[in-house]
Design a protein around this ligand. Structure first.
Ligand code: NAP
Length: 247
């Protein structure tokens, strides 16, 4: 019988992370998720993931910027499931502003959650992947990390940083049979983009070759492919999923 695999999705309670968790649940994975919001309805999320097919579910409040909380989270996953086969660094935030109006708190917070958080979680997880000599790490970057975007100097810097981080990681860990790739979504319909006014969304969609925003499910399909052995010869890549925005 095939062993049950385990995935950790950071920030998997909503949006892209939740769809990634559901996709892996459908393949019978143990699904571990962390989050930060006090009012997260963990009971109904656990039920949804189990109904989707998850072998087991672990939902733990742990901030990606807090290395102690993350260490405890990883230890708990390892104690329960013995390994982490796939890590998806998905937790992320925006604090948009034009550079002239952007204060240091807005800059630091976005770098801290998006980039340093990815470092903290990856460092804690790779220790166990190295022992197993197998693993796949998928980091959520963004098209704006590749192309930039007015009003998002902090966010673009964090997402460009994730690309450099991913490529270095891929080079460091390839000899241990651990792959690392980044996905760079364009505009995806989630809470993160729901704050944009309707006219801005329409304007964005009109400039996308496929003439629409993407869905979290579409991103989850790509993240699933990168986590599985079907992508076993792909590492150190940045894969755009953006309806043709960047080409
Ligand atoms: P979202 O709907 O806003 O969800 C963000 C998730 O991250 C939530 O589950 C949130 O947890 C979690 N989170 C935030 N800060 C955290 C922290 N410090 N520690 C742990 N978890 C934390 O975002 P999304 O649109 O799905 O985006 C997911 C990822 O894709 C992000 O990295 C984002 O930058 C990237 N991305 C998104 C788009 C897009 O158009 N949506 C485009 C390109 C890239 P709580 O629920 O507890 O707050």
């Amino acid at each position: 019988m095939e062993e049950t695999k385990t995935i950790l999705v950071t920030g998997g309670t909503r949006g892209i992370g939740k769809q990634v968790a559901l996709k892996y649940a459908q393949s019978g994975y143990n699904v571990a998720i962390n989050y930060v919001s006090e009012n997260t309805d963990t009971k109904s999320l656990e039920k949804e993931l189990k109904e989707a097919g998850a072998k087991d579910v672990l939902l733990i409040k742990a901030n990606v910027t807090n290395s102690e909380e993350i260490s405890k989270l990883i230890e708990e996953i390892i104690t329960k499931y013995g390994a982490i086969d796939v890590l998806v660094n998905n937790a992320g935030i925006t604090k948009d502003n034009l550079l002239m109006r952007m204060n240091e708190e807005e800059f630091d917070k976005v770098i801290e959650v998006n980039l340093k958080g990815t470092y903290i979680v990856t460092k804690a997880v790779t220790k166990y992947m190295m022992k197993k000599r197998k693993g796949s790490i998928i980091n959520l970057s963004s098209v704006v990390g590749v192309a930039g975007n007015a009003g998002q100097c902090n966010y673009s810097a964090s997402k460009a940083g994730i690309i450099g981080f991913t490529k270095s990681l891929a080079k460091e860990l390839a000899s241990r049979n651990i792959r690392a790739n980044a996905v760079a979504p364009g505009f995806i319909e989630t809470d993160m983009t729901s704050v944009l006014p309707e006219n801005i969304k329409e304007n964005i969609s009109s400039q996308i070759p496929l003439k629409r925003m993407g869905t979290a499910k579409e991103v989850a399909e790509l993240v699933y492919f990168l986590g599985e052995d079907t992508s076993s010869y792909i590492t150190g890549q940045v894969i755009n999923i953006d309806g043709g925005m960047l080409m």
